[in-house]
Design a protein around this ligand. Structure first.
Ligand SMILES: Nc1nc2c(ncn2[C@@H]2O[C@H](COP(=O)(O)OP(=O)(O)O)[C@@H](O)[C@H]2O)c(=O)[nH]1
Ligand SMILES: [Mg+2]
Ligand SMILES: [Zn+2]
Length: 323
């Protein structure tokens, strides 16, 4: 009898672990809870060994996608005693003051950033953050642009969607354009999601829950869910879950990600997280070129020549300024 399973749902301190097709309602052992607060040396600190530089915190020691070992109790209840090593993790700096890592998911097979053509107005800088985090973890990405039926309602001041799609395709990202209203993109999207674990990330209102209901009739996820606001003004995600699709894939529907501050990515790492910058690596005059203000910069030249999109370059500058 195995005691090892995957966390597929998380709700108000309960973790649901699937073992041999059965769901176990688990709590977390107090030892794991204590690990919420752990010392970490600041990266690059020379005094790493002799000094505990600062204490950092995890908001949660266990996330969806985690492989865990449980102690079994009665009636499909249990206690998570161990989290097995993670193949990858998606995390961000938790909002609010203090230094805390918020894990969103672990051991996933791909990330699907979801944005809407409009309503809400897309924030392409937020998308670039998500793409950078995916590159950082070496995670395959497919972008989803939803609400294609609203294409003629895009503010004429903004970049037309067709241009945006071209920019990201040239940078090397596959994209599916969908509409739950007109059914465009359904087969292509199913194909993307049919194996492994996918994590949807995107602001609330873009249609993540609707997309899942559309792909998997009978699911009946709630749409138009407003995230809870805690007393101190922070938004919290109270319910995270992996949903299984009949074609075989599992999809994590994470409510409203409207902020994605880097957790463990340093500014000097960022150029390597923009795919289309890589061919120019080593071609700037200064080997430590930040591609912001230096002369004879190959990246800036490529932007001038139209080989790197201005939208992506400006996004890069913003990520350098506030990672
Ligand atoms: N016009 C249009 N509206 C959509 C589409 N997909 C979802 N919506 C609407 O967008 C709103 C937010 O959807 P929801 O799935 O709750 O978004 P989530 O917060 O990302 O999970 C709902 O009113 C949906 O009916 C679409 O393809 N086209
Ligand atoms: Mg939703
Ligand atoms: Zn440069």
């Amino acid at each position: 009898m195995s005691n090892e399973g995957i966390v597929i749902r998380q709700h108000l301190g309960h973790y649901f672990v699937v073992i041999d097709g059965e769901e176990w309602d688990c709590a977390i052992s107090s030892r794991l809870r204590k690990q919420l607060d752990y010392p970490e040396a600041s990266p690059g600190s020379r005094r790493r060994r002799v000094q505990r530089v600062r204490r950092t915190k995890l908001t949660d020691p266990v996330v969806i996608g985690d492989h865990v070992e449980i102690d079994r109790g009665d009636d499909l209840t249990g206690m998570i005693r161990e989290v097995l090593p993670r193949r990858n993790k998606v995390s961000r700096k938790a909002s609010g003051t203090g230094r805390k890592e918020q894990l969103l998911a672990a051991n996933i097979d791909r990330i699907v950033p979801v944005f809407a053509v409009t309503n809400p107005t897309p924030d392409w800088n937020l998308l670039d953050r998500m793409l950078a985090i995916a590159e950082w973890q070496d995670l395959p990405v497919t972008m989803c642009i939803n609400k294609m039926d609203l294409e003629d309602q895009v503010d004429p001041e903004r970049e037309p969607i067709a241009n945006v799609v071209g920019i990201y395709e040239r940078a090397g990202y596959p994209i599916v354009c969908t509409s739950t209203e007109t059914d465009v993109g359904k087969d292509a999207f199913r194909e993307v999601l049919k194996t492994g674990i996918t994590l949807f990330v995107g602001p609330s209102g873009v249609g993540k829950s609707s997309l899942l209901n559309w792909l998997q009739p009978g699911l009946q996820l709630r749409t138009n869910e407003v995230s809870h606001v805690m007393g101190d003004g922070r938004h919290t995600t109270t319910h995270l879950e992996l949903v299984s699709l009949e074609d075989g894939g599992l999809v994590g529907d994470i409510p409203g990600v409207k902020e994605f501050r880097f957790w463990d990515i340093e500014p000097t790492d960022i150029p390597n997280l923009f795919r289309e910058f890589l061919p120019y690596s080593g071609q700037c005059q200064f080997s430590d070129c930040s591609h912001v203000h230096e002369p004879n910069c190959a990246i800036k030249q490529a932007v001038q020549d139209g080989d790197i999109s201005r939208l992506r370059y400006e996004s890069y500058i913003r990520l350098r300024e506030s990672p």
